[in-house]
Design a protein around this ligand. Structure first.
Ligand code: SF4
Ligand code: SF4
Length: 216
């Protein structure tokens, strides 16, 4: 993972996950606290609803993992899997302007690997995660995905879509300093997400609500 650059300019607003830490800037945290805050954040974001549709359509990212116990779920919760986002989840956080904060938070967490971690029990961080209730937005995307899955004969249609979105989300990061490429990638994302009409509506309503709250 790229190195994390702390910034004293980070401020909390309705669209940012990053909260300035009290001085001193470094805070000692435990691995379990970090996992808990990631899980809490995703729960508030409502991503479980998207996962339900994805899993029902054979797309579980835990497929084949030795830590998965049938009927009991994951038996070895780790920082790596908590931090990892698939194309759908990246897309939701991106649209809610939360993705950058999420990435910056997890870049502080050492020892992430594939389906396991070597994260020490305690380490220091500069920023914390602040959960936002975007469940209605995730619920809308879940409904859009369910409808798409039912409407397409091709098996795994939404899973292919997930991978295409994922690829574009990663490209956004790779080419973040290239304006021309960024606008092309954003166009691709808009095109890929054009069938998500419930999602876009819910997203606009959420943003409007946030704006109104800021003005009060
Ligand atoms: S691939 Fe994404 S949507 Fe599917 S189960 Fe994993 S995290 Fe959830
Ligand atoms: S370790 Fe990761 S991939 Fe394996 S079951 Fe747990 S969450 Fe899923």
């Amino acid at each position: 993972m790229p190195g994390f650059t702390p910034s004293s300019k980070l401020k909390r607003n309705s669209q940012s996950l990053l909260e300035p830490m009290p001085t001193p800037a470094l805070q000692k945290v435990s691995k379990s606290m970090v996992i808990e805050s990631g899980l809490h954040f995703l729960k508030e974001a409502g991503t479980d609803q998207i996962c339900r549709v994805c899993i029902r359509n054979g797309g579980s990212c835990c497929n084949g993992c030795r830590h998965l116990s049938n009927g009991f779920g994951c038996q070895l919760r780790n920082t790596s899997c908590t931090a990892w986002l698939c194309g759908f989840l990246k897309f939701v956080l991106y649209e809610m302007e939360l993705l950058e904060g999420w990435n910056e938070f997890w870049e502080q967490v050492p020892g992430q690997d594939y389906r396991e971690d070597f994260t020490p029990d305690f380490f220091t961080t500069h920023t914390s995660l602040s959960a936002c209730d975007t469940r209605l937005v995730s619920e809308a995307l879940a409904a859009d995905l369910q409808e798409l899955a039912e409407g397409h004969i091709a098996i795994g249609f939404i899973l292919t879509l997930r991978e295409k979105i994922d690829k574009n989300m990663d490209q956004l990061l790779v080419h973040r300093h290239d304006k021309e490429k960024i606008s092309k990638i954003k166009r691709n994302i808009r095109l890929l997400s054009s069938p998500f009409y419930r999602f876009h509506k819910a997203c606009a309503a959420y943003k409007q609500q946030q704006k109104q709250q800021l003005q009060q």
